[in-house]
Design a protein around this ligand. Structure first.
Ligand SMILES: [Zn+2]
Ligand SMILES: [Zn+2]
Length: 306
């Protein structure tokens, strides 16, 4: 018989991070009055079209703290109320350019309501009410921004995919030895995956455009240097790097990071992370810059002292 001991303190004082998801639908338009119509459309593409277009946004709010006497970091009804009154009630079914004064570009300090500018403004509004440590805002499943309260610093992630075959085997080993290491993945004629690639960049949000970088330039870099050369290939044979190096998920993620670091630096941001998902069951992540890993959000620091 198992004996379960319940603590009378209900975990009081122990630290925990909690997450809450909230959704809203809103429209926006990228248009700056100081630019001509041609310059607006050259810079923002179809996002400059009048009267705008919309997204179903998804917001993930992460909060940290010590548990109270009821075994909770926060009462969920307080969390729901704060997110509703400070964010979703104000933004749902609204035109973002007019919903909050920070997005009024008629004013010289107004900023376009991009995903990264919006997540930062949401932080400013939630921070007085909730012990938030991180916010993530999805504009769509393939584009999201993360913000952790560092001034104008934000993370932007784009997701793309390619289909490719590979074989895991070291050329210097026998078939038997390779199968003992890589199992079925060492079979001589290879097998394939639909790879998902998430590329995260870190940069400063421009006070006027609201952007950390030119999104279409970023998409072009990832497309030209990863999707085009890798899609519908046998990686070991068609990508010269993998004729020498075993194309495990880890090595593919590292090679993608190596290919992207310099070109991404050239558009004014830092490659932060590459995540390569081989199947729903396995993925590899490469952090291309380490300093961010050492950041300890202040709420977590406060929690660590309890
Ligand atoms: Zn949009
Ligand atoms: Zn495989």
């Amino acid at each position: 018989m198992t004996e379960v001991t319940f603590s009378a303190s209900h975990g009081q004082g122990r630290g925990c991070v909690i997450h809450r998801r909230a959704c809203f639908s809103a429209s926006h338009r990228y248009w700056l009055p100081e630019l001509s119509a041609d310059d607006n459309s050259a810079r923002f593409g179809p996002c400059a079209l009048s009267p705008g277009h919309g997204h179903n946004y998804e917001l993930i709010v992460s909060m940290a703290g010590g548990l109270d006497a009821n075994g909770m970091v926060l009462n969920l009804s307080e969390v729901k109320h704060a997110i509703r009154s400070e964010v979703t009630e104000q933004l749902d079914f609204r035109f973002l350019n007019e919903a909050w004064p920070e997005f009024d570009v008629a004013k010289p300090d107004g900023c376009l309501p991009t995903t990264e500018a919006l997540v930062r403004q949401i932080w400013q509004r939630l921070r007085p009410h909730l012990p938030i440590t991180a916010l993530r805002l999805y504009e769509q499943p393939g584009l999201w921004a993360d913000y952790i309260g560092n001034a104008m610093d934000a993370f932007l992630t784009i997701r793309t995919h390619f289909a490719a075959a590979h074989r895991l085997a070291r050329p210097e080993l026998s078939q038997e030895e390779n199968e003992s290491i890589y199992g079925k993945c060492a079979r001589p004629h290879g097998h394939g995956h639909n790879y998902l690639v998430d590329v995260t960049v870190r940069g400063k949000i421009d006070a006027r455009t609201g952007m950390v970088c030119d999104l279409s330039a970023l998409q072009r870099i990832v497309n030209d240097l990863v999707v085009e050369p890798f899609d519908h290939t046998f990686l070991n044979k068609d990508v010269p790097y993998f004729s020498e190096c075993v194309p495990t998920a880890e090595n593919i993620a590292l090679h993608i990071a190596d290919r992207l670091t310099t070109p991404i630096r050239a558009i004014g941001v830092h490659l932060h992370k590459v995540r390569l998902q081989e199947s729903p069951n396995n993925a590899a992540e490469v952090y291309a810059e380490t300093p961010q890993l050492e950041i300890m959000p202040e709420a977590l620091q406060a929690m660590a002292t309890h």
